[in-house]
Design a binder for this molecule. Structure first.
Ligand code: SF4
Ligand code: SF4
Length: 162
């Protein structure tokens, strides 16, 4: 696998392209609304040839929202009491959500492997959301996510050509 886009270049690339993406969205809302399958095919093609282990940018720079179920699952696998897991790893953010106390994620290794991969939070499993149903609802969030994730950047570029 050979990543086409270096994640370090994303903020600059997004700055150059986001006006086009937003313009496309405003002009083509209806088309985007009925294009989930097409957008999912972009996502699968691009993510299949992307090596996340050569990137790790999401785990290094974003904080996933942690649910009660995530706490239950992760504390079990780490053989900790939920209350100890919460005290050790989590805090409440300004929106009232549970998130990791530290960024980069405490479970990210120097080799970009996730040490709790099989039990990782739901938000980590769903990221970067470009294969979600009703993608049009996440379009503007994806403009933002493209600053972090090369997969999102490439999907947005493909959508623009639909
Ligand atoms: S739990 Fe794993 S997948 Fe989620 S942010 Fe941490 S290292 Fe990344
Ligand atoms: S999901 Fe995106 S940001 Fe995260 S490691 Fe993979 S390519 Fe990088």
């Amino acid at each position: 696998m050979d990543n086409k886009i270096d994640f370090r270049l994303l903020p600059e690339l997004v700055l150059k392209n986001q006006a086009d993406w937003i313009r496309f969205f405003k002009k083509n809302k209806k088309k985007i609304e009925v294009s989930d399958l097409k957008i999912q095919s972009f996502h699968h093609r691009i993510s299949n040839r992307t090596d996340c282990l050569a990137c790790g940018n999401c785990c290094r720079s974003l904080g996933p929202r942690i649910t009660d179920k995530d706490v239950e699952r992760l504390s079990k696998v780490l053989r900790m009491k939920s209350v100890d897991f919460i005290q050790t790893y989590l805090k409440i953010d300004e929106d009232g959500d549970m998130v990791f106390k530290s960024i980069p994620c405490p479970f990210l290794g120097v080799d970009n492997y996730c040490s709790v991969y099989e039990s990782r939070p739901k938000a980590c499993r769903e990221y970067p959301h470009t294969d979600r149903k009703k993608f049009y609802q996440l379009y503007m969030l994806s403009v933002k996510n493209a600053e972090t994730c090369p997969i999102v950047y490439e999907v947005m570029e493909e959508i623009k050509l639909m």
